[in-house]
Design a protein around this ligand. Structure first.
Ligand code: BTN
Length: 310
């Protein structure tokens, strides 16, 4: 588009357009300019800021707080929640210096390769129902991975997302509540998108991977993020109006554990058994050798020797 046309549409001078173009170039936008042909946007920087995400956002969740670097997007989202930010506010960082995983672990968060995102929710739920939200988010991540890359995504209860048997995404759900009322929930989602296997710490390389390492194709990070937010928002809406039943069939279809022998390290010790599936509230049902069935509401699942998850 010509500078003249841009100035007309934006209601500013041609000098102002030129200044903005120069500023965008400094931020990594490749804008070709020819006297006759006007300006052409040739390439956008690989960044997840509001401007880069805007063309990919489909739903109502459009408030994006973007950081080049932060300690943890969970911490930022919690501060925003306490300051009154509305539901659907998302915090995204290019890099986290203290990325947090489940069970007090760290989440490896190198710059510019992956997605580190925390979404603030204010669901009208009792605290006991919040773990179901983690499953809802898991289904959304698995669906976004499958749709964006064509890869076969699997969920390992409660919400690790695997491709090729390796973990490519994790979800951390934290809440602030009273006994009977939830103030807010922060759903933290980390997805390994474009890092080569060598970018993972040595001890993670057999268990963790990225979508690029598994599929051989680079993922458009902004497009993926837009798809993920839309997928999560849609399932969250269904969950609030129709309950976990509305997401359960999809979750079960992604589950890679059904029928496998597992060991679950939980708050009350280890339990072993064969996975039967999910209970109505999202608990994992295990068949024990004596024929009894147990429900697991929290814990870390290890697949027993001889079984390999898909
Ligand atoms: C897991 O252990 O599987 C959960 C990992 C969750 C990581 C994400 S990255 C964005 C958000 N910020 C954090 O510090 N953690 C979550």
């Amino acid at each position: 588009m010509s500078g003249e046309e841009l100035a007309r549409r934006l209601g500013c001078s041609r000098a102002a357009v030129w200044k903005r173009i120069a500023a965008l170039r400094r931020r990594g936008y490749r804008i070709d300019g020819r006297r006759a042909g006007g300006y052409t946007l040739a390439a956008m920087p690989d960044r997840l800021g509001p401007a880069e995400l805007a063309p990919h956002l489909q739903g109502a969740w459009r408030r994006i707080h973007w950081f080049e670097e932060t300690d943890s997007t969970q911490r930022v989202a919690r501060d925003l929640a306490r300051a009154g930010a509305p539901e659907g506010t998302a915090v995204i960082a290019e890099r986290q210096t203290s990325g947090r995983g489940r069970l007090g672990r760290q989440w490896h968060s190198p710059p510019g390769l992956n997605l580190y995102c925390s979404v603030l929710l204010r669901p009208p739920l009792v605290p006991g129902a919040v773990p179901q939200l983690a499953l809802v988010a898991g289904a959304a991540v698995a669906a976004a991975v499958a749709e964006e890359t064509g890869a076969r995504a699997a969920i390992k209860w409660p919400n690790d997302v695997l491709v090729g048997g390796r973990k490519v995404a994790g979800i951390l759900v934290e809440m602030d509540s009273e006994m009977e009322r939830v103030h807010h929930v922060i759903v933290g989602i980390g997805v390994n998108l474009n890092g080569p296997r060598s970018s993972f710490p040595r001890d993670l390389r057999t268990k963790a991977s990225s979508l690029r390492a598994e599929t051989g194709r680079r993922v458009d990070r902004a497009a993926f993020t837009g798809r993920l937010l839309a997928a999560f928002e849609a399932r969250y809406g269904r969950f609030l109006s129709a309950g976990f039943e509305s997401v359960r069939a999809e979750w079960e279809a992604f589950s890679c554990l059904t029928g496998t022998e597992v060991r679950v390290a939980g708050p009350d010790g280890d339990v072993a058994g064969r996975v039967l599936g999910l209970d109505d509230d999202g608990a994992l049902r295990l068949a024990q050798p004596d024929g009894s069935t147990v429900r697991i509401v929290a814990g870390e699942v290890t697949v027993r020797e001889g079984y390999r998850v898909r």
